[in-house]
Design a protein around this ligand. Structure first.
Ligand code: NAD
Length: 476
């Protein structure tokens, strides 16, 4: 199988082209290097019809068979990790070694999720009756994925949807469709026709999908603004939704930390994937006693950071993934400059492509746009604090509630602060962690529902209560 050409959709077990194509741009050059199918309404219709048909038998396929196929799917991804990683770098921008970690992460997620179980619950067992709660699949799932972690986040949808007995039509972002299309090709003869479908398209495809009556559930990851549109569209026929949305995550650093050690982790937590991580640290609050030391070390790390084309050896930070996002980050930078904020820039970046230097904004006011908005790019506001109560209030003063972090040598104190944070995840002396068994769930406008683990799996099912008498006499 070739990974550098022939990008086709997987519909009803067939690899298909579309009447039109979309250019796919390498963000390290700003130039198109490939094209993907632009699905028409007919293509969507075919995918949904195939998935509905396949659902009838897939839901009855023994769960152990479904598990076994997911484990094989994990194996296929792992076996092709090198080829997928180099394609990933071209379409997404991330350096290849780091891209490979995502590919292997997706494989790990598929096989780990395959181990999950949703046993029948018994809520009552008496002489006269037994009440069982079964977790039945919903139907056809619409999976919509963003461009920042295109393969890993797809696996978070594929694995629980299929394990629970649903079928799926998956849509990658128009900016990063290629790895997902190739994964469709890898899975072509693995799953029965129609169980797993991948379609790619332009901006019109997502709204077509969310308003299509053939879907029973939408599993969406993306921005809060789009998530609201998805929920509105799903409301028309009460489709189930899981929404994993934006964040403006705060990290709080107490004065008792080891500055050198912690700063390296803070830096990675803020700038990893060129700061295009939903749960990256996007507001860094540092106690005034150590603020200058942390800021200077962060700046030194930014100045030493190797930023460039992810396909070249040695680069650790790639470009911004697409032009629109690049322009959004430049606009925030321009605004910070206009406000007279102090910007500490990192190493020089290539002139070609969507590169922006890793940048720290030195103690901006809380109402600056760069503090209030999710940048989703390498511009990190660092703020001073002196009182813990005050910093908790500032951390929580946002419409978002995705994740946060507390850094301290005093774990009990850190746990107390973590308890106060209005976020779905809090890390203590670590960041960016997630596991297939642990829910990721946004508080406030960062999401609805959860992904991962038993919490995520349940969202792909409907509880069905069955009242079973112990004899054929009626039960009162
Ligand atoms: P986006 O909302 O622009 O797009 C996400 C996906 O939705 C893409 O596939 C896009 O084509 C599709 N889409 C766009 N408009 C649509 C519509 N009206 N109806 C249906 N689908 C539509 O987000 P993005 O720019 O690709 O991703 C960045 C955002 O995603 C950030 O806000 C980030 O924080 C968030 N994110 C959240 C998580 C999480 O788990 N909470 C993970 C990764 C990214």
């Amino acid at each position: 199988m070739r990974f550098d050409s022939d990008y086709k959709m997987l519909i009803d077990g067939q690899l298909v082209s579309a009447g039109e194509e979309l250019d796919v741009v390498n963000p390290a050059t700003g130039k198109p290097f490939a094209a993907c199918p632009r699905a028409s309404k007919d293509d969507l219709e075919n995918a949904v019809t195939a998935a509905q048909k396949a659902f009838k038998s897939w839901k009855k396929t023994p769960v152990d068979e479904r598990r076994a196929l997911l484990r094989k799917a994990a194996g296929l991804i792992a076996k092709n990790a090198d080829a997928l990683a180099s394609l990933f770098t071209k379409e997404q921008g991330r350096p290849t070694e780091l891209a490979k970690q995502e590919i292997l992460g997706a494989s790990y997620w598929l096989s780990s999720t395959a181990d999950l179980d949703l046993p029948v619950d018994v809520t009552e067992e008496t002489e006269s009756r037994r009440i069982e709660v079964h977790h039945v699949p919903l139907g056809v799932v619409c999976g919509i994925v963003p461009w920042n972690f295109p393969v890993l986040l797809a696996s978070w949808k594929i694995a629980p949807a299929l394990l629970a007995g649903n079928t799926i039509v998956l849509k990658p972002s128009p900016f990063t469709p290629l790895c997902t299309l190739k994964i469709g090709e890898l899975f072509q003869s693995l799953f029965p026709a129609g169980v797993f479908n991948v379609i790619s398209g332009g901006d019109e495809l997502g709204p077509w999908m969310t308003s299509h009556e053939g879907f029973a559930k939408i599993s969406f990851t993306g921005s809060t603004a789009t998530g609201k549109r998805v929920m509105e569209s799903a409301a028309k026929d009460l489709k189930r939704v899981t929404l994993e949305l934006g964040g403006n995550d705060a990290a709080i650093v107490l004065p008792d930390v080891d500055v050198d050690k912690v700063t390296e982790q803070l830096f990675a937590g803020a700038f990893g994937n060129t700061a295009q991580i939903c749960v990256a640290t996007k507001r860094l609050y540092v106690h005034e006693d150590i603020y200058d030391a942390v800021r200077d070390k962060m700046h030194a790390l930014a100045k030493a950071a190797p930023v460039g084309d992810g396909s070249a050896q040695g680069n650790m930070f790639g470009p911004i993934q697409n032009k629109a996002q690049y322009e959004r980050v430049l606009d925030l930078m321009e605004d910070a400059k206009k406000q007279g904020l102090t910007m500490l820039h990192g190493s020089d970046v290539p002139k070609e492509g969507y590169f922006i230097p890793l940048t720290i904004v030195d103690n901006p006011p809380e109402n600056a746009r760069v503090v209030q908005e999710e940048a989703f790019g390498p511009i990190l506001p660092m703020m001073k604090f002196s009182s813990v109560d005050d910093v908790i209030a500032r951390a929580n003063d946002t419409e978002y509630g995705l994740a946060g972090a507390v850094w301290s040598a005093d774990i009990d104190k850190a746990v107390e602060i973590a308890d106060e944070m209005e976020t779905g995840t809090v890390w203590i002396n670590q960041n960016l962690q997630s596991t297939p068994m642990t829910p990721l769930a946004g508080h406030k406008q960062s999401g609805v529902g959860a992904e991962n683990g038993i919490y995520g799996l349940r969202e792909f099912t409907q509880p069905k209560s069955v009242y079973i008498p112990k004899s054929s006499d009626s039960v009162r």
